[in-house]
Design a protein around this ligand. Sequence first.
Ligand code: ADP
Length: 256
Amino acid sequence: MSNHVLEVMNLKKVYGIHTSNEFEALHDINFICDQGEFICIMGPSGSGKSTFINNISTIDNPTSGKVYIQGTEIRTMSSNEIGKFRYENLGFIFQDFNLLDSHTIYENIAMPLSLKKIKPSIINEKIQKLAKNMNIETLLKKYPHECSGGQRQRAAICRALVNDPKIIIADEPTGNLDSVNSNELLKTLQQLNQENGVTIIMVSHDPLIASYSSRLIYIKDGRIEQTLERKDLTQEKYFQHIVEINAAESKEALHQ
Ligand code: ADP
């Protein structure tokens, strides 16, 4: 059986199709991600990173091309199947949290489990453990608007992890965290990746955060411009290469 968790063939995304604002944000992207990879997507602002993430994770539909997740082409699934597939397989961590203000932090974290028949005592045990790891165990009865940005982000991370996803999709996951909490999140992701074999696909603009990945994908102007594998490099050497790639790209932009 194929080890590919994700396969993208000739992915193209056009916004505002048939309008005067038509814009091709992704051009013919081909990409394969294997089980257990930790991929970081980098690139300048507006290069197509979020569009890419949205189109490979059932959030948006490509204009053309194919996206297979665990061997199933997303476009062939009904919306019910996609919903079920999401809560069984995917965990999302986004910068803008997407927490429901009418629900407590506890209820928000429990949400991905609501479609599964799981005993409340088991749900409670899971949530208490995750909340403790993320240092929000005292906030579970509060509402999102009563929490700080960092606390809401950590609650969103707990929600992403509560269904033991096989793939974590993270768009700038540390965007609203201070350096201590960023580090904690990165260590949690690394642990999930290395010990539980969870596949991670993360967008970040920060070379330090990217240096936790096993492969870097650099997107520019809607195309994969280059890739870099960590292989047996130390994290420090890998970090240096990532910094160099970013510096070279910035230099090129300066001369344009
Ligand atoms: P990044 O995440 O790298 O900053 P995005 O994927 O958000 O880039 O955007 C890529 C390009 O597509 C940008 O030029 C952006 O303005 C455009 N874009 C993104 N979303 C939309 C949309 N909903 N409608 C029209 N254009 C969009």
